[in-house]
Design a protein around this ligand. Structure first.
Ligand SMILES: [Zn+2]
Length: 128
């Protein structure tokens, strides 16, 4: 079997990432989804079509790190995009780390409570 055929077969057998979520990290951050974009058209991928393995480190109720490894399928382009990402609790903050051509790229995620406060501030500001 070719490498590509093996990847497609693996993808078809895999569960969506979202089937293994939500996961609450050690710092209280609840991860509800893994999102990604098509490598071809850059459109957000349907989370039913983002599939692969989710591994918790350590393997316990409130892990420090959630690793997602798999592929996302774009129906428009008929292309599979490899997805290697992890979400890490670093003290109070939480980071999304995504593997790109030049290595790991890190983004800070906003906690839902903090996001709600921030969103309220932005709306208050916009509405004068
Ligand atoms: Zn696409």
């Amino acid at each position: 079997m070719s490498n590509i055929a093996a990847i497609v077969e693996e993808f078809n057998k895999s569960e969506p990432f979202k089937a293994k979520l939500p996961v609450t990290l050690k710092n209280g951050f609840t991860l509800t989804m893994m999102s990604g974009r098509c490598a071809e058209c850059k459109a957000p991928l349907d989370d039913n079509l983002m599939r692969g393995s989710i591994v918790l480190f350590p393997e316990q109720e409130r892990p420090n790190v959630v690793c997602a490894n798999g592929y996302g399928y774009c129906e428009d382009c008929e292309v599979l995009t490899e997805y290697v990402g992890r979400v890490r609790a670093g003290g109070k903050d939480t980071y999304l780390e995504v593997f790109r051509a030049k290595g790991w790229v890190r983004f800070r995620l906003v906690h839902e409570k903090r996001w709600k406060r921030l969103r309220k501030k932005i709306l208050d500001f916009l509405q004068g």
